[in-house]
Design a protein around this ligand. Sequence first.
Ligand SMILES: [Fe+2]
Ligand SMILES: [Fe+2]
Length: 252
Amino acid sequence: MTVTPTLSERADELEHRQIAALERIVDPSVLFTSGERDPTVPIPMRFNTLKSGQHVLMGDDPRLKKMPAKPTLTNFFRRRFAPANHLLQSATHALKAGMNEKVVTACLLHDIAILGFIRSDHGYWGAQLVAPYVDEEVSWAIRAHQALRFYPDESVGYDYPDQYVKLFGADYKPEPYIEEAYKRARRHKWYMTARMITVYDIYSFDPDATVSFDEFTDILGRNFRQPEEGLGFDDSPVAHMWRTIIWPTKFL
Ligand SMILES: [Fe+2]
Ligand SMILES: [Fe+2]
């Protein structure tokens, strides 16, 4: 089994290949937000020992695919969220089941936070990332799927996933804030939209299925308002989040 190296492992690997000779270095202190180290434990700050002519990274990380100046959602799918098989399979299931475009769009975007940004509370982060660009129902559903996936709904044949028993242990109970979010979502007019994300989510881990992002170009064209300036540069309340995905290791 191939294990994807973590960012710090890749940094170490690069270092062995004389990253020190590069003009710009990634200071390990920028990895603080990724949860890869305990921020209360001091680490040597490389920026204190820069060689002459050397600087910290303030833009493109050479380890990542370069993003265009005005990035589209498609660019993010191809260069930051790839491989997005889980999302594509999930949306394909929803499409084949005859779901409306809001549900298909929600399925296609529901886990972008995990793929490109952060895993913890990913439904909330993901909903926020897309909120300015999609129908309110779509972002609401992405937010709500965070809680709904822990609770069964017999009316649509959704059981608590076996995989969660394996992943979290049989005695795992969602935190009270998730329980409260579930109860609120259950009473909401868009409950079923979010519920459908969980229905088409769970069977979406077939490694052999062939799915393509191109199949969703039209649906996204109608359901995702691509900002003219590019995601990250439209001065929206979430532009900085898209920029952090573009430049996750920028020093400041
Ligand atoms: Fe999810
Ligand atoms: Fe998912």
